[in-house]
Design a protein. Sequence first.
Length: 279
Amino acid sequence: MSSAAPPILTDRAALLRNRARALRAPALFLHEDAVSEVQERLAEVNRRFTAPAVVTPFAQLWQDALPGARIVADAPVLELEVGAHDLVIHALGLHWADDPLGQIIQCRRALRPDGLLMVLTFGGQTLHELRAVLAQAESEVTGGLSPRVVPMGEIRDLGALLQRAGLALPVADSFTRRILYRDLRHLAQDLRAMGEGNALAARHRAPMSRALLQRAELHYIHNFADAEGRLPATVETIVLTGWAPADSQPKPLRPGSAAARLADALGAQETALPERTSE
């Protein structure tokens, strides 16, 4: 019996068209945020990286930020050489991957021992307002639902991918940005200008009707607008970090091998738990 093929999430041709269109008049402030975040985090690492690589749909931002880094296109098969890099950054492309674990494994294989992987990706709270109002409006206007916003992973699920990929010392954390828009049209313009238009394989090919857009904006205003009538758009960025295993890395001690009590180290009094009695 043959196993079923993995589901296809993304229409790659449409995604590439969206990204090429975005370069004509880009609004890449979220990618610029990612660059700044990586630079701040690398400054806190006591390590000088000499062979970095960056997986990104927008090469110019990273060429300026990390001179000499190998820039790799965000694609299902990454052009990364095995064991060639001491730092790999996967920058804001994982949410479009049909196989996120496969992307992380490819990055892991490109690392030298004790090399660092840093993945920045949009999390599940991203555009939750837009997702909700489009679903509500479409069910009212057409009586059905269609995929409008790409699904994005939750931090716990994404963090678990680091261990599944064989990375050591895995850490997952996130930060959230709230962007205010005059109306739904300006939000849609920004999404197009950063290449984040609808490229789902199961999407409707026809544009959204005026009636649907008007109904969605009414719901947006009613449910989410601030006191000045501006429409908020939440962006959650999840940062995953992990290291390629190496003998020099700290290892957890074997259970029961401690030579001193924790209470002594903390200067605290140890209190025994009461015995459990059966009734």
